[in-house]
Design a protein around this ligand. Structure first.
Ligand code: ADP
Ligand code: ZN
Length: 206
């Protein structure tokens, strides 16, 4: 099955994506993770997008679309995919329909007022890439999985979060209607706890 995960920054897409891949084994493709990996390794792509991403803006469409198209052409995607962070605007959605249209779009809905708190408490591991929240692990700098170093993502700073939320409202939210019209949209209550949200997803995916 080809699945797109839609939702505002900090809605728990990444966490649920790991849960979904674990149970259903579709390859998890996160454009945010791909960009961050490239930034960390200072690749030409990473150097190109670093400033844009740190400011909370979107990476250029052409570049992002090419990246995803290339990734979806790999053998592991022939039976489906789980896209996380793409598409993020109408242009990207139409392009995706052109080369590999999704079957289902899971729309994770959360109370936008809670997002700032959710994101400022987020910590990511510089070694294993894991993502955690201080409400669950405490305010520690050590990764609970691999003992690596935990940091706050550059684009998780308060000022940047506001920008990302604005970008979401303007550019990504219109996709909800786009996929609703195609009859592919399924709403997921993202205000439940991690297990609760996952149960909602399992109800939809079967
Ligand atoms: P979030 O935590 O907001 O869901 P992601 O990890 O998905 O964030 O993405 C982080 C940043 O990477 C975005 O704010 C954006 O700058 C860039 N990015 C990710 N996916 C895309 C995309 N499809 N198009 C353009 N830029 C993207
Ligand atoms: Zn780790």
């Amino acid at each position: 099955m080809k699945i797109v995960l839609l939702g505002p920054p900090g809605c728990g897409k990444g966490t649920q994506a790991s849960n979904i891949t674990y149970k259903y084994s579709f390859p998890h493709i996160s454009t945010g993770d791909i960009f961050r990996e490239n930034i960390k390794n200072k690749t030409p792509l990473g150097i190109k997008v670093k400033e844009i991403i740190d400011k909370g803006c979107l990476a250029p469409d052409e570049l992002t679309v090419e990246l995803v198209k290339d990734r979806l052409s790999k053998a592991d995607c022939k039976d489906g995919y789980l896209l996380d962070g793409f598409p993020r605007n109408l242009f990207q959605a139409k392009e995706l329909d052109g080369f590999s249209a999704p079957d289902l779009v899971l729309n994770i809905k959360v109370d936008l007022n809670k997002i700032e708190k959710r994101i400022t408490g987020r910590r990511v591991c510089t070694d294993c890439g894991g993502s955690f929240h201080i409400d669950f692990i405490g305010d520690t700098a050590t990764c609970p999985t691999c003992q690596g170093k935990l940091i706050t993502r550059e684009d998780d700073k308060v000022e940047t979060i506001r920008k990302r939320l604005a970008v979401y409202s303007e550019q990504t939210q219109p996709l909800i209607d786009y996929y609703k019209r195609q009859n592919k949209l399924r709403d997921i209550n993202g205000d439940l706890n991690i297990e609760g949200v996952f149960l909602e997803i399992v109800k939809v995916l079967g």
